[in-house]
Design a binder for this molecule. Structure first.
Ligand SMILES: NC(=O)c1ccc[n+]([C@@H]2O[C@H](COP(=O)([O-])OP(=O)(O)OC[C@H]3O[C@@H](n4cnc5c(N)ncnc54)[C@H](OP(=O)(O)O)[C@@H]3O)[C@@H](O)[C@H]2O)c1
Length: 269
């Protein structure tokens, strides 16, 4: 239990993308602080497992919502699930990627990514931000990415969605301070989750626990948080040492060499 955190952001929090990876870790660390949770994702069986685990471990209340955030009307489902509950924290974490050559992902997949990574977090932040404004307190966390700080060829559209989220969170952080609402963009680098399944463990691949801890420790203190010193060094290089073109070229060269889904035989024009 963390009384200070609970009083500011409790008693209920919504976590999207809570069926795996970083979202499950958010759910555990928030439950450890005493918050009751509404867990949102598509895979009901996984949400049920996470929920039972949380209730047993932390003695909190937990609701699950099986919802596809790319489907129009998702907001009504979330609203219904939170009806009558005093929500004080929104964790906009659900996300998907589209990596490799620009045309590797279909147009439909790319449009779904805009719905999930951009539209859904915006709608939820807009609506719950309104509720928090009326109450005069609350918090919103967006899971962005270090790829949001500069252009990333071969991850171009995903990075663009994360740049949107980072910019939105930073601006909201400034505007919402006056309303006693804390807004933070969490900007992880590579983190162990389903999204990075198959990648080799090593210093470049962080566990989800310290990533989430960094977000919760810095909510109310910063507008964005980059967890881990390697990620911090990367952002420092790309934003403070290199210019925008240099950062794009370096990111592109690295991703072209190492990212799956890149046709390395093609000439880069
Ligand atoms: N892992 C990394 O290296 C990394 C780095 C930077 C940023 N991030 C960001 O971190 C966030 C969490 O990702 P993760 O790494 O934990 O990956 P993950 O394990 O794949 O988790 C993604 C979560 O989003 C949910 N989700 C996906 N599509 C959805 C949809 N249409 N409707 C509702 N929920 C949906 C998934 O649940 P269902 O499939 O059950 O719906 C899952 O719970 C994402 O925003 C991602 O962009 C990850």
């Amino acid at each position: 239990m963390d009384n200070q955190f609970f009083n500011k952001y409790g008693p209920w929090a919504i976590v999207t993308g809570a069926s795996s990876g970083i979202g499950v870790e958010f759910a555990h660390q928030l439950a450890a602080k005493g918050l009751n949770l509404i867990l949102v994702a598509r895979r009901k069986n996984l949400l049920e497992e996470v929920s039972s685990d949380l209730i047993a471990k932390y003695n909190i209340e937990c609701k699950i919502l099986e919802a596809d955030l790319t489907v129009d009307g998702f907001f009504n489902e979330v609203l219904l699930a939170s009806n009558g509950l005093d929500v004080g924290l929104l964790v906009n974490n659900a996300g998907m990627n589209c990596e490799g050559d620009f045309y590797r992902g279909s147009l439909d997949r790319n449009l779904n990514m805009i719905q999930l990574n951009v539209k859904a977090p915006f709608v939820l932040a807009y609506e719950y931000g309104k509720q928090f404004s009326k109450k005069g307190k609350g918090g919103i966390i967006f899971t962005s990415s270090i790829s949001g700080f500069n252009a990333h060829p071969y991850l171009s559209h995903y990075a663009a969605t994360k740049a949107y989220i980072l910019s939105l969170a930073e601006s909201m952080n400034y505007e919402f301070k006056d309303k006693n609402i804390d807004v933070l963009a969490l900007c992880p680098g590579m983190t162990k989750s389903e999204m990075t399944k198959g990648l080799k463990e090593g210093p470049m691949l962080m566990a989800a626990a310290p990533v989430v801890k960094a977000a919760l420790d810095n909510l109310g203190k910063k507008a964005y948080e980059v967890p881990g010193w390697i990620n911090k060094a990367q952002v420092f290089l790309n934003t403070r040492i290199l210019n925008r073109n240099g950062a794009r070229n370096l990111s592109g060269a690295i991703l072209k060499k190492f990212l799956p889904g890149v046709n390395r035989k093609k000439k880069n024009s």
